[in-house]
Design a protein. Structure first.
Length: 565
């Protein structure tokens, strides 16, 4: 027999009616409803499901009411307890809330920085980085940030420095000046911008000093240029600096500021009196090229006087500078400068001619004998006029023809009297220099008139030269005899007669005796005829040796000139 198989269960397509569960007892049904409500509330089901539960019986609505009342009681209890706790711990809670609240004013930021709280400090720094700078008076922001510049955290140092530069005021200028020494280029640039914005004279001092750094010079130059004339006193301090780049930058800035000449002269005076040789040299060089200001002439000249003997200032010339600024009080120093073997002597002589102080005349007269400056000395002495004639007359019989001519031209321009020249001639006849005596004798021999007051003295001086055979050779004695023809008196007859007794032979000796006869004839002394007659009777003119007699000029010799008697 075939085994019968059970039919396969059909799939539920929703059309097949379901069997109802058996009916529950009332107590069991109430328990089931409560469980469903609790599950719906815990699972946060939709309100529609809750409404479904409510519709199923009056018990669902009461559960919701109970739950709401319980929640209200719990809220009241918790709220009352929280309020009580707030009243007890109000201050700590407010402080904690304040820490979480960022500052909104610079004053609040300053307070946060000074509090020592790291959280508040960071919030204050963040505010200072982003807020529009409106620094309070007194530089409080900078003072509060200053301690952070010494913090071990390098990043915090840089942030604090940038904030300080951003909020800095004039009270923070000293701190900004120190911050310029930092290595960070970012910090230096921020400090420069702050100093330009503040435009404080104390900032100019630090900036001008930074111009000595080659790598920062351009940046600092533009910073000082934007600061304007407020930086002038600091910049002028480097107008005569030894560093050429620093000096040129300072001079360009001063030109842009329109610095007055009086300010530059004041700085030059300070540097000339200072101890820095480079500054002193540059100041002297500038002063020597500047046009003198009458208000500063005496002070500048006084500062230049000690530098005249300083040979370390080359190429600057303190002598030239002193010549331009000198007053009458500086004449002794200028006279001394003429004797120093350096400097421009022409400038000194022009200065002495401008001052016209008679104390300079002897020194200028000495320069007449100088080959290079004699012409300039003559021009300077020309400005003094007759006041210089006595000193110039000392060179009237100078052995150098150029010096002699310059002196005689000056004497002629002065209109000097003959008495002055004769007095100098008398002195020159007794001079130790043979050339000066010779020039004096020549001048006496060329005169056409004789001053009877000085004639005896001149004749006596000429005879003294004539009798000094060791120092005066024959050619000078001939010049003396030529002068004696005009200036001799009867007191000189014995000395002239002594020449006739000279037994020297030769052409010059014969010429000397012939000149002596002419002098005796000019004096018309009673003693002369007898002496001449005796000379002619006993002493004919000596003939030179035979070898000289054969020479043609000797044979043309004329007879003795004694007939003039």
């Amino acid at each position: 027999m075939e085994e019968r198989r059970s039919p396969k269960p059909r799939k539920d397509n929703g059309l097949t009616p379901k069997k109802r569960p058996p009916a529950l007892k009332p107590a069991e049904a109430e328990v089931v409803k409560k469980k469903r409500v609790v599950r719906l509330v815990e699972d946060d089901e939709d309100v529609e499901d809750i409404e479904v539960v409510r519709k199923k019986g009056p018990g669902g609505r009461s559960i919701l009411v109970i739950l709401g009342a319980a929640s209200l009681v719990l809220l009241l209890v918790c709220g009352g307890g929280g309020g009580l706790m707030y009243l007890v711990f109000r201050e700590p809670i407010n402080g904690w809330l304040a820490r979480l609240r960022p500052p909104k004013t610079p004053a609040a930021a300053v307070e946060a920085l000074r509090s020592g709280d790291l959280v508040r400090r960071d919030q204050a720094i963040q505010y200072l980085q982003t807020a529009n700078p409106e620094p309070p008076p007194g530089g409080e922001v900078g003072e509060a940030l200053e301690p952070l510049l010494k913090d071990p955290d390098q990043q915090l140092q840089e942030i604090a420095a940038l904030c300080l530069a951003r909020w800095a005021v004039s009270e923070n200028v000293p701190l900004l000046n120190r911050m310029l020494e930092y290595r960070s280029e970012k910090i230096k640039e921020a400090c420069l911008d702050a100093l330009i914005r503040i435009k404080d004279a104390r900032a100019a001092d630090a900036l001008a000093k930074r111009m000595g750094n080659f790598f920062e010079r351009d940046k600092v130059f533009h910073a000082l240029q934007q600061m304007g004339p407020v930086a002038e006193p600091s910049v002028i301090n480097y107008y005569f600096a030894g560093d050429m780049g620093l000096r040129d930058a300072a001079r360009r800035l001063a030109q842009g500021y329109g610095t007055k000449k009086a300010t530059l002269i004041t700085q030059a005076l300070a540097d000339m009196k200072g101890t820095d040789p480079a500054r002193r040299k540059n100041a002297v060089e500038w002063v020597s090229q500047a046009l003198p200001e009458e208000a500063f002439r005496a002070e500048v000249a006084k500062a230049l006087e000690p530098l005249v003997d300083d040979g370390t200032l080359w190429p600057a010339d303190p002598v030239k500078a002193l010549a331009a600024w000198a007053t009458r009080d500086n004449v002794p120093t200028l006279v001394r400068a003429l004797k120093i073997d350096r400097g421009n002597k022409g400038d000194v002589m022009n200065a002495l001619a401008r001052l016209k102080d008679e104390r300079a005349i002897p020194a200028l007269a000495e320069r007449l004998a100088d080959f290079f400056t004699g012409k300039q000395a003559a021009d300077a002495l020309q400005a003094f006029g007759p006041a210089a004639e006595k000193e110039v007359a000392r060179y009237f019989h100078h052995q150098d023809n150029g010096v002699q001519q310059r002196a005689r031209d000056l004497i002629k321009s002065y209109g000097t009297k003959d008495s002055v020249i004769l007095a100098q001639t008398k002195l020159d006849l007794k001079a130790t220099e043979g050339g000066r005596r010779k020039c004096a004798v020549e001048w006496l021999a060329q005169q056409t008139t004789v001053d009877e007051e000085v004639r005896p003295e001149m004749a006596a001086a000429l005879v003294q030269i004539l009798q000094n055979k060791d120092q005066d050779p024959f050619f000078r004695r001939e010049l003396v005899l030529k002068a004696l023809k005009l200036w001799a008196t009867r007191e000189q007859v014995p000395a002239i007669l002594a020449l006739l007794a000279d037994t020297s032979s030769g052409f010059q000796a014969d010429e000397m005796r012939a000149s002596a006869m002419e002098i005796l004839a000019a004096t018309k002394d009673p003693r002369a005829p007898a002496a001449l007659a005796l000379f002619l009777a006993t002493n004919q003119f000596h003939r030179p040796p035979r070898r000289w007699w054969r020479w043609a000029p000797w044979r043309k010799r004329s007879s003795p000139r004694c007939w003039v008697m």
